[in-house]
Design a protein around this ligand. Structure first.
Ligand code: HEC
Length: 106
């Protein structure tokens, strides 16, 4: 967590510094864009509610396309290891959403 929080602050500081420079007309800096939002699709709300509490959506789109079993593994890891408060009843919808977004066949 600490690491993540710190990284976000650095990102924010860089962003502010970059926009200050741009406004002053000194240089224009293109920071690598962060995917700010999950893409629309079935299960979006559940994923939004459960997966963006601790980190950005980049963690999801950064992955290579995963199979359903692999995404289920990620969700269970987030739940059991990272402590994500995902209700048991929502696991299936989140997994379906993730496979729909960034999945592949077995
Ligand atoms: C309780 C906080 C928390 C929640 C909620 C959470 N994650 Fe994570 N997630 C983490 C942490 C911590 C890492 C590891 C970050 C690092 O190593 O920099 C991580 C890493 C990841 C990774 C990178 C691969 C890996 O296995 O480390 C993926 C993909 C991911 N999360 C997806 C999800 C998805 C999908 C959800 C929603 C079901 C979710 N996360 C919810 C804390 C969380």
């Amino acid at each position: 967590m600490d690491k993540l929080v710190r990284r976000n602050w650095i990102g924010l500081a860089l962003g502010l510094a970059a926009s200050a420079l741009v406004q002053a007309g000194v240089v224009s800096v293109n920071l690598p864009g962060e995917t700010a939002m999950l893409k629309p699709g079935p299960g979006l709300e559940v994923a939004q509610a459960n997966c963006l509490i601790c980190h950005s959506v980049d963690y999801i789109y950064m992955q290579p396309p995963l199979t359903e079993a692999q995404w289920r593994g990620v969700v269970m890891k987030m739940k059991k290891v990272m402590g994500a408060p995902i209700p048991d009843g929502d696991v299936d919808s989140v997994v379906r959403y993730l496979v729909w977004q960034n999945g592949r066949k077995e």
